[in-house]
Design a protein around this ligand. Structure first.
Ligand code: HEM
Length: 626
């Protein structure tokens, strides 16, 4: 136990010495105002309080609609913007160091986990028979089954699945807050164990593979836990979430968005309708847009004549295959006992994806290497006279070398120069960014367009705001995007109604009281997004699309600050969220400033793979605005 304390303390001290932490903590404390310590709670300070919400030391101001004294929106913004840098001062850190004992049971007298309600479980097969024979069970829409179980067993239930450790589902924001706080200093996220197996634990079959040498026993932040996760996360955290660095890529992302608008114009038919393949077009946009920052160059995905065998198209195909295979291996974990067909498929998809992604990254590295003047990024070498004499440049299409004109070091250069990160660490991180960053943003933007098409009033309001705040400039600036308050509310309401992330999952590293039960260390806890986001008791008029709920002072705001966490919370929250915001907002602004979107087909719902995606093709109609 002291080892954990040791490394967290050491790491966090270095990390938080920056002045920002003091500012963030100061503001965070202003938002989370402890009233007084619970009389029994001498061991755990209020900020690590793990108890029954009814005894929570955090109080709401009289009349407030959330459990906190501060208006919802301010508190939410603070959590989303800064939560990952709340590593706090040295004093706070040592004050909050926890040990792995259970919380004293005399505080709440929680019931034992053996009394947790849930579907009947059989030896070896758990509750599989119950699930497979349940009328609400649909493997494509597993959230319908979870909702049925919640209705039958209540807001917290246990679900035993073969190959999984004990699983507890929570659906109340108070419990999610407890979970996030309980796991704050060592956020173990299960769910990528098969990726870790093929990257670092001897592959599907325990044989020696070429890729094992590349990954050198390290699986990257998606799949790693504990010290190894933190070693990489603390180094990549700042460059990837630093607004200045992300903003630097806005001109390129804006170019990609404008090119996508041209592409929509070209692919529309006589009725202004886009083809069935529009979902794939969104994938191309997502890779092209992410490529500007992850690979510091344009890949050419949006060119007219891009070949299916080209590297970017293969990357998209392979990312889909990889995520599909991961979905299988994480659902049915028989590969833990013997090499199954699914883990072999995962290994194959992963190998090819890694090869292709590495090829793309190495192209970028070579372009950087033959860049003649230090301080000029790859992006502007196209315009540089030396570029044409570089043999490597000559082999690339002009569309692959782009045009930002920015002079600062690129993200890749910054990461490669970061002490503590090896070249393999950086490449693994970029591979993970590409694997996770394509389907999330493409689904989010597709869902947002869909909900706007279905809610013309909201669409008109977004357009009015874009006209007023942005106008039609040649270049989008960060100020343009940050001024889009209503559009941001629409984005959040989209992620509430049609989330991308299936759930927040943590393995408990100490016994924790959830919903009045003492859930033991080592158990896994799932907070399923669809169930959390659609509760009438938490979100007034939960089944209606009402972006207003995310505007300042709204009476429709969620009743608890942890009710809505699309990017999660704390040190393990989504590292790509600033990138996602910037990409998605650039596209929405460019599309809706010149077009209206409509959708004339059956309702779209979400289907689950590793993340949620739309159930059918998004055949929008894009009409030019007059
Ligand atoms: C709308 C878009 C997105 C949503 C809703 C989203 C949501 C999430 C969520 C909920 C997590 C899990 C956090 C946790 O376990 O606490 C996560 C992790 C992650 N996301 Fe995102 N994400 C999005 C876009 C992106 C993009 C564009 C990138 C890449 C640039 C990215 C990269 C990652 C990575 C690498 C992790 C793992 C972080 C870690 O374990 O330390 N995400 N994301």
């Amino acid at each position: 136990m002291w080892e954990w304390q040791g490394w967290w303390k050491q790491e966090c001290q270095g990390y938080v010495s920056a002045g920002v932490s003091a500012r963030v903590m100061w503001s965070a404390r202003a938002y989370y105002q402890p009233a007084e310590r619970h009389p029994h709670n001498t061991k755990y300070p209020p900020s690590t309080y793990l108890g029954d919400p009814a005894h929570s030391p955090y109080v709401a101001a009289p009349g407030a609609n959330s459990s906190y004294a501060t208006p919802y929106l301010e508190a939410y913004n603070l959590m989303e913007e800064n939560a990952d840098v709340i590593f706090e001062s040295e004093v706070m850190m040592s004050e909050r160091m926890y040990n792995s004992e259970a919380i004293p049971s005399d505080v709440h007298q929680p019931r034992p986990a053996s009394q947790l309600p849930g579907p009947r479980s059989w030896p070896m097969v758990g509750c599989l028979p119950y699930m497979l024979t349940h009328k609400a069970f649909d493997p494509q829409r597993v959230y319908l089954f979870w909702e049925a179980v919640r209705q039958e067993f209540g807001p917290i239930f246990r679900k035993d699945m073969p190959g999984h450790p004990y699983l507890v589902f929570i659906t109340q924001p108070e419990d999610l807050e407890t979970l996030m706080r309980s796991t704050m200093y060592n956020p173990l996220r299960p769910g990528m164990a098969s990726l870790k197996r093929i990257r670092s634990d001897g592959g599907a079959d325990g044989d020696d593979h070429v890729h094992d040498h590349f990954f050198q026993g390290k699986a990257g932040i998606l799949a790693e836990q504990g010290q190894e996760w933190w070693r990489v996360r603390r180094c990549v955290q700042r460059p990837v979430t630093n607004p200045q660095i992300v903003h630097r890529y806005l001109p390129q992302m804006d170019d990609v968005a404008k090119q996508f608008v041209d592409r929509i114009r070209r692919m529309r038919d006589d009725n202004d309708e886009v083809p069935e393949s529009f979902n794939s077009e969104l994938y191309k946009w997502a890779l092209e847009s992410l490529g500007t920052i992850a690979l510091d160059r344009r890949l050419g995905c949006l060119e007219e004549d891009v070949s299916p065998s080209s590297r970017p198209m293969r990357l998209i195909q392979l990312a889909k295959q990889l995520l599909g295979a991961l979905h299988e291996t994480e659902n049915v974990k028989l590969w833990q006992y013997f090499p199954t067909a699914s883990i072999r498929r995962l290994q194959e998809a992963h190998q090819v994806f890694t090869d292709v992604a590495l090829g793309a990254i190495r192209d970028t590295e070579r372009l950087l290497a033959c860049r003649p003047i230090r301080g000029h990024t790859l992006s502007n070498t196209h315009a540089h006279p030396f570029a044409s004499s570089c043999p490597f440049h000559q082999n690339l299409q002009p569309s692959e070398i782009a045009s930002s004109g920015t002079e600062a070091p690129s993200l890749l250069e910054t990461l490669l120069a970061t002490p503590g990160l090896s070249r393999e660490d950086v490449l693994t991180f970029l591979i993970d960014m590409i694997a996770t960053g394509i389907d999330t943003t493409s689904h989010a933007v597709g869902n947002m367009l869909y909900l706007l098409a279905r809610n013309p009033r909201a669409q008109r309001e977004v357009q009015r705001e874009i006209d007023q705040v942005v106008g039609s400039p040649d270049r989008l600036t960060p100020d343009h995007l940050s001024g889009l308050t209503y559009t941001k509310a629409v984005f959040r309401e989209t992620l509430r109604m049609m989330p991308v992330n299936v759930g927040i999952v943590r393995r408990l590293n100490r016994d924790t009281v959830l919903g009045g039960y003492l859930v033991p260390k080592g158990w896994e806890v799932v907070a399923p997004t669809m169930l959390m986001n659609h509760q009438e008791s938490v979100f007034p008029r939960a089944h209606e699309f009402l972006p207003e709920r995310f505007l300042r002072g709204s009476h429709l705001a969620p009743r608890h600050n942890f009710a809505f966490l699309p990017f999660s919370y704390g040190p393990r929250m989504c590292i790509g969220r600033r990138i996602a915001y910037q990409e998605i907002f650039s596209l929405i602004v460019r599309v809706l400033s010149v077009m209206e979107v409509d959708y004339k087909y059956e309702d779209v719902h979400l289907v689950n793979k590793l993340s949620y995606g739309p159930s059918s093709s998004l055949r929008f109609t894009f009409t030019d605005r007059r």
